[in-house]
Design a protein around this ligand. Sequence first.
Ligand code: CTP
Ligand code: ZN
Length: 160
Amino acid sequence: MGDAVREKELRVSKIKDGTVIDHIHGGFALDVVRILGLTGKEKRVMTIAINVPSKRFGVKDIIKIEGKALSSQEVNRIALVAPHASINIVHDYEVVEKTEVKLPQAIEGIVKCANPCCISNSDEPIVSKFYVKREEPLLLKCHYCGIVLEQAEVLSQVLR
Ligand code: CTP
Ligand code: ZN
């Protein structure tokens, strides 16, 4: 590839150490940032690319966060808005670990049931539990009362 072409294609620079969340569906990067509770005031270098061309998805979003590692609970939350994202851990400019985000079969303790009469909303010490009925758009079914939650409801909860 010629230097001129390379220069035209360079969109965001590589990072030295941190996490790259790649293959986020186009338009969902800001939701992911929000889910991670990042505000931009953390004094970390963060690059966000939205709706860039992707061979696999047509368009995709990318988030690069210098100096941050993600917990498994953070990865589970990302799965709710970006079920096919890849998480790349970068050390000294090299990708040392790559994992594909995957929605678990059951989602526990993250989303609250919308049914006020559901036992998971009672005084009983019961952790909410939902089954993934459909991935895109997301559709969850409560293990306890059977009520179905649509993507918009789930997102409004986790993005709060
Ligand atoms: N990346 C980065 N900084 C680095 C290394 C990688 O920002 N020091 C980014 C790349 O730009 C890319 C992602 O991390 O967005 C994954 O890197 P890599 O595995 O090298 O790219 P691909 O082979 O294209 O990955 P995939 O097969 O997952 O598409
Ligand atoms: Zn319920």
